[in-house]
Design a protein around this ligand. Structure first.
Ligand SMILES: Cc1cc2nc3c(=O)[nH]c(=O)nc-3n(C[C@H](O)[C@H](O)[C@H](O)COP(=O)(O)O)c2cc1C
Length: 169
């Protein structure tokens, strides 16, 4: 089936190697715009973002994850938070954050960038908040590392569809 949305979904791979080329603010804003057009319960839009390009801050964040090589290699990072003051339901707001992050990954793919969703850094989410000088009501959901992808084959696998469909009634 040919369709640009489906093509982006199937083509997208996690990208962990980047060229040093900078990502413009306009492009980063477009990616965030795609994120905020994700659905959210009651349309409460509980997501908040910090854009990080500054080298010193990237080094500080890199020290907070075992994926430090990825963080150091990425010319841009977007830290995604939930604003606890804007939340209304733990499960639904976290689901909305996931939808937002996936929209951003797909937008990056559509714009010819590469990106990876970094979750391991959540083990140090309080320190991330301190590095970024943010208030306690902001809860880290992910850091997205972004940049122009180093060109190489990237493979990923999924189990067969039948493994997931419990019933067709
Ligand atoms: C919640 C979540 C957390 C993740 N955390 C990391 C991470 O910390 N480091 C990393 O390299 N990739 C991370 N990933 C990316 C996954 O490893 C990747 O999506 C998966 O292996 C499938 O590969 P694909 O994205 O290329 O299809 C994470 C993905 C998700 C959804």
């Amino acid at each position: 089936m040919q369709n640009p949305v489906l093509e982006a979904i199937y083509r997208r791979r996690s990208v962990r190697e980047f060229t040093p080329e900078q990502v413009s603010t306009e492009v980063l804003q477009e990616i965030i715009r795609a994120g905020i057009w994700a659905p959210s319960g009651l349309n409460n839009q509980p997501w908040r973002f910090v854009l990080v390009g500054d080298e010193q801050t990237r080094e500080q964040l890199a020290a907070l994850t075992k994926y430090q090589k990825i963080v150091l290699a990425a010319p841009a990072l977007i830290a995604v938070f939930l604003d606890q003051n804007a939340m209304y339901d733990q499960v639904k707001d976290h689901q909305a954050a996931g939808a937002c992050i996936q929209n951003m990954l797909l937008a990056a793919e559509a714009l010819g960038l590469g990106a990876v969703w970094l979750g391991q850094i959540l083990h140090h989410k309080d320190q991330v908040r301190q590095v970024l000088k943010l208030d306690d009501h902001l809860d880290l959901m992910a850091v997205i590392a972004l940049g122009r992808p180093v060109i190489k084959e990237r493979h990923s696998q999924r189990k067969p569809l039948e493994d997931f469909i419990l019933k067709s009634i």
